[in-house]
Write a protein that binds this ligand. Structure first.
Ligand SMILES: Cc1cc2nc3c(=O)[nH]c(=O)nc-3n(C[C@H](O)[C@H](O)[C@H](O)COP(=O)(O)OP(=O)(O)OC[C@H]3O[C@@H](n4cnc5c(N)ncnc54)[C@H](O)[C@@H]3O)c2cc1C
Length: 384
């Protein structure tokens, strides 16, 4: 077998970005995907490509790593929406550039997943659909198989509405413990979800409360709702390679924003860096040290801080954000390393070990999002 052959497992943003990079550099890529299409982990829900953690605009970063924007990707600035704090105070923030780019996830035509699939196929990636790989042979491989366990969950719905394009973010422990709830509206379609970093077993209660709050703060018509659930996984210490032969990328390696779960950018960048390490014969670990590790470590420190702020702290933060001329630099500062975050990181690491405590579900005929044997978790009984 030629040394220019690479196996990739998982057609998510990490695996597809790696595959696109490699074929463009003359490699033969076989990409194995367990499902018969991309995006089946998702539900046509809207997500955000965050645009605050780097000085460079996210779209410029994608362009630099060879990804075209052939999917729905709409900019949303501070003036396009609101935040509601625990006291339901309404806050609008100012931003000098889009706060995030709204994208769609799943298998619909305009989703990020389909856009990446198209780019990969046009570039010449050989995608082997419906093939679940549990091990790889001796050649070089990149594994981007997504999350392994639930460290945070989301419960929500996609629906149709007559509302204009907008977003709302809710920070309130009563509806989204240690996390946030969000509404994203684009061209008559909407996603509403509440996320939680703890107390997963009460997901239905939080979801019900979140819906009540949504209906209280805005007049909204909800048509053809379809409920969905999802989970994300981050690691204390990312595990990124085995024998320098298998490189792990994306959420599977632990490249996830531990603060708020904005993992897409990290998934794509780690896929790109895994490909670069093969193309340029450089250490993947060294490449990740420069950009990804500092951000991942800071996000864990931020998670610890956020989890200890409680509603009082969230009120203070939102009020501070309201008075800023531009929240982007402040958010960027928090997403990047500093002496204080380096000091907090070891504390956060020790604390983080308790995050997976809620592993078992005692509900009869369970359909919980978080539960590893729940229908929506796409997991198997043995995992419980
Ligand atoms: C509800 C929800 C909302 C989110 N919102 C945001 C957001 O707003 N912004 C953001 O940045 N991030 C968000 N995220 C996180 C983001 O979606 C993930 O971080 C990102 O998709 C990770 O990409 P990935 O390529 O690592 O994994 P995935 O997207 O999970 O892709 C992994 C792929 O591997 C395949 N696979 C798995 N095992 C095998 C196997 N053994 N063999 C073959 N194929 C396999 C899977 O079928 C899948 O297609 C959200 C997540 C959820 C659940």
């Amino acid at each position: 077998m030629s040394s220019k052959n690479v196996t990739i497992v998982g057609a998510g943003p990490a695996g597809l970005t790696a595959a696109i990079s490699l074929v463009k550099n003359g490699y033969d890529v076989n990409l194995f995907e367990q499902n018969n299409d991309v995006g089946l982990r998702f539900n046509g829900d809207f997500q955000g490509l965050e645009n605050w953690s780097d000085p460079e605009d996210t779209l410029d970063i994608l362009n630099r790593i060879g990804i075209k924007i052939n999917f729905l990707c709409n900019p949303y600035s501070g003036s396009d929406g609101y935040f509601y704090g625990p006291k339901l105070q309404k806050i609008q923030v100012k931003t000098s550039r889009p706060l995030f780019y709204l994208i769609e996830r799943g298998s619909n035509e305009n989703s990020l997943d389909q856009g990446l699939r198209k780019q990969a196929e046009e570039a010449g990636v050989n995608i082997l659909w419906g093939q679940k790989l549990d091990s790889v042979d001796s050649q070089t491989a990149i594994v981007g198989t997504g999350p392994k366990a639930a460290d945070a969950i989301a419960k929500g719905m996609v629906f149709k509405t007559s509302l204009d394009n907008m977003f709302i973010g809710f920070i309130n422990n009563k509806i989204a413990p240690k996390a946030y709830a969000y509404l994203l509206v684009n061209n008559g379609k909407a996603t509403f979800a509440t996320c939680m970093f703890e107390d997963f077993k009460n997901e239905k209660l939080y979801y019900k409360r979140a819906l009540r709050v949504l209906n209280f703060v805005i007049e909204i018509d909800i048509n053809e709702p379809k409920e969905f659930g999802g989970f994300v996984n981050f690691f204390n210490q990312p595990k990124i390679s085995k024998d320098n032969r298998i490189l792990y990328a994306g959420e599977n390696a632990g490249f996830q924003d531990a603060l708020w779960g904005f993992g897409i950018k990290y998934a794509m960048l780690s896929g790109y860096l895994a490909a670069r390490s093969i193309i340029a014969n450089k250490s993947y670990d060294e490449l990740c040290k420069a950009y990804l590790y500092p951000k991942i470590q800071t996000s864990l420190a931020n998670r610890w801080l956020f989890a200890h702020l409680y509603n009082i702290g969230y009120n203070l933060i939102l009020n501070k954000m309201k008075s800023m001329d531009d929240v982007i630099p402040a958010l960027r500062k928090h997403y990047n390393t500093s002496v204080s975050k380096k000091m907090i990181h070891p504390i956060a690491q020790r604390w983080y070990k308790t995050r997976l405590i809620d592993k078992q579900c005692m509900h009869e005929h369970c359909d919980c999002v978080w539960c590893r044997h729940g229908k929506l978790a796409h997991a198997t009984e043995e995992n419980c």
